[in-house]
Ligand binder design. Structure first.
Ligand SMILES: C[S@@+](CC[C@H](N)C(=O)[O-])C[C@H]1O[C@@H](n2cnc3c(N)ncnc32)[C@H](O)[C@@H]1O
Length: 270
């Protein structure tokens, strides 16, 4: 991998230990910071990305910016749900407390956090992310992020319940038993307007840019008890390519959700 791990300047022993553990987990070198700048470390080790450990967790310095875990739009979307407002993803998935969701494209984990909030303690959300640096940021953030929230809005429990798997989703799906999740979700990079968001800019170069394979959709239909949902740009031809005809979303929204009804499909023997 084109990356190394270091620490902030003057790290505590715990932060140095954390950095060394990230290096082992990612199978990349650890370098002492020794008062060097991010730019000079990148130059010295000839790498594009630097993972910097601090007391707040890891930050990845890429060619396009700095990336660390944050709630992004998840907080606003959860507040809107609490206030009875509509969320197109939640509606497309038909989410309710107690359901299970496999998010095949975890990324910043924003959608997974919203799903985890809705399915609650009795539900289950697993997020699959193929890129090790992105998976590390999501996993560390979901397990350690703290927030002084109101008790009725238990964001910490919502985050902690999400399980992160650093894997390629097609391979991961083939290992799962049939009907093992209620909903399987895809939000691929290709043409997705989320690319343009400043939140995603620093990790754009790190993200897996592959299109969703038709075989991944077939596996997802096998794994999903209720629905496979694909998020795409409103004008995307991906729905057509993947054979998805039931497309929902806001009338003026730039994002749409393609839905495969697995109950109907399996009853029809397909
Ligand atoms: C558009 S982002 C997803 C954003 C996410 N829904 C959110 O709310 O933050 C797509 C993510 O899926 C990952 N990805 C793309 N193809 C993948 C694959 N085949 N297996 C696992 N992860 C994949 C990318 O690396 C990227 O992080």
């Amino acid at each position: 991998m084109d990356s190394i791990v270091t620490t902030v300047q003057h790290p505590s022993p715990d932060v140095t230990q954390m950095a060394k553990e990230f290096a082992i987990k990612l199978s990349i070198p650890f370098a002492e910071r020794n008062r060097q700048s991010v730019a000079s470390l990148k130059e010295k080790y000839k790498v594009s990305n630097l993972v910097v450990a601090s007391a707040a967790g890891p930050t990845v310095h890429t060619a396009t910016g700095e990336y660390f875990f944050h709630l992004s739009m998840a907080e606003l979307r959860i507040k809107n749900l609490i206030n009875g407002k509509h969320d197109h993803m939640v509606a497309a998935m038909g989410l309710a407390p107690g359901m299970s969701v496999l998010d095949c494209t975890l990324g910043l984990a924003t959608d997974a956090i919203v799903a985890s909030f809705v399915v609650g303690e009795a539900g289950r959300v697993v997020g699959v992310e193929s890129q090790p640096l992105i998976a590390l940021i999501a996993e560390y953030g979901l397990q350690h992020f703290s927030h002084d929230s109101h008790p009725e809005y238990n964001i910490i429990g919502t985050l902690r319940r999400i399980k992160v798997e650093n894997a390629e989703h097609s391979e991961y799906l083939t290992m799962l038993p049939a009907d093992s999740f209620d909903v399987v979700f895809f939000d691929p990079m290709f043409r997705n307007p989320i690319h343009k968001s400043s939140n995603f800019k620093p990790i754009r170069g790190l993200a897996d840019q592959r299109l969703v394979a038709p075989e991944a959709i077939r596996q997802a239909v096998r794994v999903a008890k209720q629905k496979v949902v694909v998020k795409e740009a409103a004008n995307s031809e991906e729905f057509l390519r993947l054979g998805i005809t039931n497309i929902v979303g806001g009338k003026y929204s730039s994002v749409k959700y393609g839905i495969i009804d697995c109950v109907k499909m399996k009853a029809g023997g397909r």
